[in-house]
Design a protein around this ligand. Sequence first.
Ligand code: AMP
Ligand code: ZN
Length: 316
Amino acid sequence: MSEPGMKCSRCTAPARFRFPAHNARFCDDCLEVFVLRQVERAIAKFKMLTPGQKVLVAVSGGKDSLACWQILKELGYQAEGLHVSLELGAGQFSDASLASCQEMAQRLEAPLHLLRMEDLTGHSVEDISRANQRNFCSVCGTLKRYYLNKLCLDLGFDTLATGHHLDDEAGRLLGNMIRRHQRHLDNQWPVLEGTPGGFAKKIKPMCRLAGREIKAYAKARDLPVAQGHCPRSKGATLPYYQEAVLLLEERMPGTTRDFYLGFLEDKVKPPVQPDVASSCSVCGAPTYAEACTTCRFLEKTARRKQERTGAAQAQS
Ligand code: AMP
Ligand code: ZN
């Protein structure tokens, strides 16, 4: 990231980080100014928050969401953390993630809301994925989205911030374009408005920052980032579309920003509020079907377990 003798573009002090996309080099202090400004600009442009607003930050223990929490606090928001512990694999990754979130909460002197996925659902993610014969990561993603939204509202917040950044959003955009997912393209926006009692407002304050910029910030601020990868990701750490975006960025610095921020600039208007056909007959969450995906997952898992218990009793 740095070269010997490199000077900061803002203050000419020795620089530690180089960002070709901005044709800039930064020392630690100026990097922080740069990062805070990018987040401030995103919040203002997309009307994410009002000054000093209460906001819940979904923290995974990774650099993006911890940086998001730190920055929102620094910008004067009443930002509390929410971590859902997944307790995957042998547990080391989940333990490290939890410890990182706790250390961050201590540093920020901010409340951290902690919940275990298994307490929320009554089953392990593994059991839910197996009973429903669905891909583990997609089940985990559905459950996370559902409970992060639900907990946000239950805890009395109306806005949930996540650590999604520029590379995430550009990768998603490329995928939506290649597959011509028009509805997803129409709805891709760094803010999704909430609906009373149904959806919390979702915001992505890091959407103007690249992963490597956040990594540099986390290093400069020495954030207690959890090391390692999810034991279930099986080495595929990035979606292919994001890898493609990063390759283009490496060859042509600035491409990712041009691509994603240009897309937002050209958009005629942001998406309207989610149109919700009805509410889940089990939990009341907005859904298009009779019961929402999560309730269907849980119902089927319980049914499979009962069938297995019944079969075991019949045998004995
Ligand atoms: P991911 O889909 O794992 O890249 O995560 C995207 C964002 O979701 C993160 O930046 C966090 O804001 C949030 N998130 C992911 N996992 C968790 C978790 N276990 N608990 C709370 N928030 C999470
Ligand atoms: Zn439901």
